[in-house]
Ligand binder design. Structure first.
Ligand code: FAD
Length: 302
C-alpha cells in the first residue's frame, strides 16, 4: 500500500511537513495536525502534488494565509497545500498586475501603490493572500476583489489549467464561483488598476489601517469577522446589545473591542470557538430572529 510519505518523491523534501499543527498556519492559532502540509514554490509543484493525491485517492485541502479558517481539533486528513508567499511572483504591465496566488494582499497593495496604481487600497489590511481573497471576494472600506479582478488562472479537477473571466466568477458579497468548486486551485490572477497620485493612495491606505487598528482586536489571534453581515443588521451591534462582549468559552472570547470578532486568549481549542459561535447564533436568533451564517470556514476532521 502506498504511504503518504511517498509525497517526497514528487516535491522537494524541504517543502513538506508531516503531522504539522495547523495552529501554525491559521491567524486564530487554533487547529489540530495535518497529516501532510506542503508549501509549493512553483506551479509544477502544485500540479505534481495534485497528481500524486489524485492517483492515490488522498484528500487535498488548499489554504492561503489561514485568516478565514478554523481547523477542527482533530486536524486534517490527507494533504494540505499552503499557497503562500513562497509562490508570489508578480509583474506589472502599465496598469495591470499579474500575480501568483500566494502574494499577500497587504504587500500587493503596497507594491502597486509605489507604482502609482490605485484600486487595492481596500486590501491593505486584509491579512490573506490573493487566492484566498478571490475565493472569498474579500473586501473592506467600500472596495472588494471583484472591483479590480480581470481574470483568474486555476487548476481544475482534471489537472487542466484554465482561465476564468471576471464575468464568470458570479461574484457577490463574500462569494465567488470558487466557493462552489472547492477542489479548484487558484494559481494566479490579473488585476486592472487606475493611475493615481501616490500620496493620495497612501493617504487612503493609512486611513484604512488606522480605522482597523482602532476597531479590530489585532492584538489577539482571530479569524476576522465571525459571521456574514445579514441584510439590515450589524452582527457586532446585535452581540453587543445582548451584553455578550467579553463572554468566553474556554480560551475563546467575544472581543471586548469588536463583538463581531472571536479572539483566542491563548489556549483556545477549535471546540471552544465552535461552541462560542453556536452560543452566539442561538442568542441572536432568540432575540432578533436572525439566523447568522458563518463567515469563518470550519474545516478538518469532525
Ligand atoms: C484581523 C483580520 C481582519 C480581516 N479583515 C477582513 C476584511 O476587512 N475583509 C474581508 O473580506 N476579510 C477579512 N478578513 C478575512 C480574511 O483575511 C479574508 O477572507 C481573506 O481573503 C482570506 O484569505 P486567506 O489567504 O487567509 O485564505 P484562507 O483563510 O487560507 O482560506 C480561505 C478560503 O480560500 C480557499 N483558498 C485559499 N487559497 C486558495 C487557492 N489558491 N485556491 C483555491 N482556494 C483557495 C481556502 O480553501 C478557504 O476555503 C480578516 C481576517 C482577519 C484575521
Amino acid at each position: 500500500m502506498l504511504n503518504i510519505s511517498n509525497i517526497v518523491d514528487v516535491i522537494d523534501n524541504s517543502k513538506v511537513k508531516f503531522n504539522e499543527p495547523m495552529s501554525n498556519h491559521t491567524t486564530i492559532k487554533v487547529g489540530g495536525k495535518a497529516d501532510v502540509l506542503v508549501v509549493p514554490t512553483t506551479k509544477e509543484d502544485i500540479i505534481n502534488v495534485l497528481k500524486f493525491a489524485k492517483e492515490n485517492s488522498i484528500p487535498v485541502t488548499v489554504i492561503g494565509n489561514g485568516s478565514k479558517l478554523l481547523v477542527r481539533d482533530k486536524g486534517i486528513r490527507g494533504i494540505v497545500i499552503k499557497i503562500s508567499s513562497k509562490f508570489s511572483d508578480y509583474k506589472i504591465e502599465e496598469n495591470k498586475v499579474i500575480v501568483c496566488a500566494g502574494m499577500s494582499m497587504p504587500k500587493l497593495s503596497r507594491i502597486v501603490m509605489k507604482e502609482g496604481l490605485s484600486g487595492l487600497e481596500f486590501a491593505c489590511g486584509i491579512p490573506g493572500v490573493v487566492g484566498g481573497g478571490i475565493r472569498m471576494n474579500a473586501g473592506a472600506y467600500g472596495g472588494e476583489i471583484s472591483d479590480v479582478l480581470v481574470n483568474t488562472t486555476y487548476i481544475d479537477d482534471n489537472l487542466n489549467i484554465k482561465i476564468l473571466d471576471h464575468k464568470d466568477h458570479n461574484f457577490s458579497y463574500r462569494y465567488s464561483y470558487f466557493k462552489d468548486h472547492p477542489s479548484f486551485v487558484i494559481i494566479s490572477a490579473e488585476f486592472k488598476l487606475v493611475k493615481k497620485d501616490i500620496v493620495e493612495i497612501q493617504k487612503e491606505m493609512d486611513k484604512n489601517s488606522a480605522s482597523r487598528k482602532e476597531k479590530q482586536p489585532l492584538e489577539f489571534p482571530n479569524a476576522g469577522s465571525t459571521f456574514k453581515r445579514p441584510e439590515g443588521f450589524f452582527v457586532g451591534t446585535m452581540i453587543d446589545e445582548l451584553g455578550l462582549k467579553g463572554y468566553s468559552i474556554g480560551g475563546a472570547e467575544i472581543s471586548t473591542k469588536h463583538a463581531g470578532f472571536i479572539i483566542n486568549k491563548g489556549q483556545a481549542t477549535a471546540d471552544d470557538v465552535i461552541s462560542l459561535m453556536e452560543y452566539i447564533k442561538d442568542k441572536v436568533f432568540k432575540k432578533y430572529g436572525v439566523k447568522l451564517e458563518n463567515e469563518i470556514e470550519v474545516i478538518g476532521e469532525e
